[in-house]
Structure formats: C-alpha cells, structure tokens
Design a protein around this ligand. Structure first.
Ligand code: HEC
Ligand code: HEC
Length: 271
C-alpha cells in the first residue's frame, strides 16, 4: 500500500487570492509570440495525443472534469478559443514564466498551481491531482502554445488582457441599460447564462469572489475586447467599466479561505 494523499493547505495564498496571478517579474526583453493551435500540426504519437486531450479539457471542461468544477462554464469561457485569442485570456508564452515567484503565496508556484487557482476560484471547484493525466494534459497543451517562446520572456502585452482606467467613475445604472441592450440576450436577464454555450455572469453557478474576473479592471479589460461576443470591440472604455460594475454588483459564490484542498489518492506507479 502506497497511497499518499497530497494535501495542500491554502492558508498561504488565502488573502483574497485571484485567478489573476501574482504578476510576473521576469525581465527578459524578448516578447512571447502569439499562441496558435492547429490539431493537424501536432507532434505525432502519444505526445500529440496528450496535447490534443489538454485542448479538449480546456474547451469542454465540464464534459470531462465534472467532479472538479461547480461553475457552469468551461475554461474557454474566459480563455477564449482555448486560450489562443489575443486579449481574450491568451495562454501565449505562459509556460515560459514558470516556476514563478508568487507574492501572495510567498513561495514559488508551478504551472500546475496556476491552473489550480483557476479551478478553485474561476471554476469554483478544486484541481485534479498534479500528476493526473488530466492535469498533465492541460500543462502539455499550455506548454505547446508557448512553443518558440524564450524561457523567462515576458509575454507580449498585446496578447494579455487589456488594462486601462475608466474615463469617469463606473456607473452601475448606465451599466444596467447596456446589460439589457447588449448582454442579456445571451447571458440572460438574471445573469445565469443560457444553455451550455452562454456562461453565467453572476449567481450560484458563476465564478466565486476570489476569481480574477471578479476584479473590476480585469472584467472591464476582458469585456472591452471580447464582448458582446457577436460584436467584440464595439463598447467604449467607459461602457466596458459601467457594464462590468453592474455585473459585479450581484451576488456570487464565496470562496472558503480556510478550506483544505485534498487531492484524490492515486495508485502508486512511479516509473
Ligand atoms: C471566469 C473566468 C475564468 C475561467 C472560467 C478560467 N480562468 Fe484562468 N484566468 C482568468 C483570468 C482573469 C486570468 C488572469 C489573466 C491575466 O492576468 O491576464 C487567468 C489566468 C490563468 C492562467 C495563467 C495565465 C496568465 O495569463 O498568467 C492559467 C494557466 C489559467 N488561467 C488556466 C485556467 C484553466 C486551466 C481554467 C479551467 C480549469 C481556467 N483558467 C478557467 C479567468 C478565468
Ligand atoms: C452573442 C452572445 C453574447 C453576448 C451578446 C454577450 N456575451 Fe459574454 N459571453 C458569450 C460567450 C459565448 C462567452 C464565452 C467566451 C467566448 O466563447 O467568447 C462569453 C463570456 C463572457 C464573460 C466571461 C465568462 C463569464 O461567464 O464570466 C464575461 C464576463 C462576459 N461574457 C460578459 C459579457 C457582457 C458584459 C456582455 C454585454 C456587453 C456580453 N458578455 C455579451 C456570449 C455573449
């Protein structure tokens, strides 16, 4: 019997952690390239299969990883087109940034830890074991999207979520009008989304209060260049903030900072 249960106590990164990363401090000048994914040009054999499975898990998370997620969305709800869209939660060059010092956690984190954050907060769930085929497949996929990137290179700012200040104070009343006109057709008047394709923006099935998307400037940056999905880029900076402050004025799941994260025991088959 060699069943070890790995337990990760969250205390270290508890302080209102966000699925937004502690920010990178790497100074390399070379920007990372854009991420591209073409199934027909994957490496042949088992390595290519692992990468393709990782892509499948990111775009159809709920179908494959049901026990690990409670939010009614897939990773690609925020990492648009499987994390290949510039300014849409792109994974371009991300793998070259890890292991990474995390200020909040006060320790170095692995790429798996970064995925785990999004499982905990954005997906309001918990991560698969770090050595599971699922976790390794997602890491392989994100690493594949980072191919050609110099290790330690800073991702090209053009691929990152946009960051800008609101021209005026964000106003939820104006935001409500924008929401009714330009968002509710897909995300529903009550913010719960509709069908499997249109993810919830608030309520019990949305991301929790620790998520990166729960920060006003992050949501405004995402919405500005990705929403409304049928006419992205048509909102002004001010409208993106107004509608985001309205969305974030509603209730959503809370994250239990004292929760202990226990990974399921895995059969020992080490090498
Ligand atoms: C509700 C939105 C949302 C969902 C769903 C989500 N994420 Fe994220 N994720 C974010 C945001 C926001 C960031 C921070 C991006 C930034 O700082 O530019 C992020 C960052 C990341 C990063 C680090 C990349 C970077 O830009 O530094 C990884 C890796 C990641 N997410 C993986 C996942 C995985 C895997 C899933 C599904 C299990 C997932 N995310 C689901 C919102 C989300
Ligand atoms: C035509 C349908 C459609 C419209 C209209 C639309 N969205 Fe979305 N929204 C989507 C889809 C689909 C996604 C998943 C990402 C993707 O595939 O682009 C998404 C994802 C999101 C997300 C990230 C995931 C989540 O659930 O938190 C936010 C935030 C968001 N939309 C906000 C808005 C806002 C604000 C508006 C109005 C300005 C809007 N959307 C209008 C379809 C739509």
């Amino acid at each position: 019997m060699n069943k070890a249960v790995a337990v990760l106590v969250l205390a270290a990164c508890a302080a209102l952690a966000a699925c937004g990363g502690g920010g990178s401090e790497s100074g390399a000048a070379q920007p990372a390239a854009a991420a591209t994914f073409d199934p027909s040009s994957l490496p042949k054999g088992a390595q290519g299969e692992l990468i393709a499975y990782g892509h499948e898990l990111i775009v159809n998370t709920r179908a494959h990883l049901k026990p690990y997620v409670t939010a009614n969305m897939d990773c690609s709800a925020c990492h648009v087109n499987g994390g290949t869209k510039a300014r849409g939660g792109s994974f371009a060059g991300i793998a070259a940034q890890f292991p990474q010092w995390n200020k909040r956690a006060k320790r170095f984190i692995a790429l798996q830890d970064r995925l785990a954050e999004c499982f905990l907060y954005s997906m309001n769930g918990h991560p698969p074991a770090y050595n599971s085929r699922e976790m390794l497949a997602m890491v392989a996929y994100i690493t594949y999207l980072s191919r050609g990137t110099q290790i330690g290179a800073t991702p090209d700012p053009q691929t990152r979520l946009a960051k800008f200040d609101p021209p005026q104070k964000p106003d939820p009343h104006r935001g409500q009008q924008i929401y009714t006109q330009k968002c509710s057709s897909c995300h529903a008047a009550n913010g719960a989304g509709s069908g499997p394709a249109f993810p919830p923006l608030w309520g019990s099935t949305s991301f929790n209060g620790g998520a990166g998307m729960h920060r006003l400037y992050t949501m405004a940056g995402f919405v500005r260049y990705n929403m409304p999905q049928n006419a992205p880029g048509t909102l002004s900076d001010q409208e993106a903030y107004d509608v985001s402050v309205y969305v974030l004025s509603h209730s959503r799941p809370k994250f239990d900072k004292n929760a202990v994260i226990a990974f399921p025991a895995e059969r020992a088959s080490y090498f």
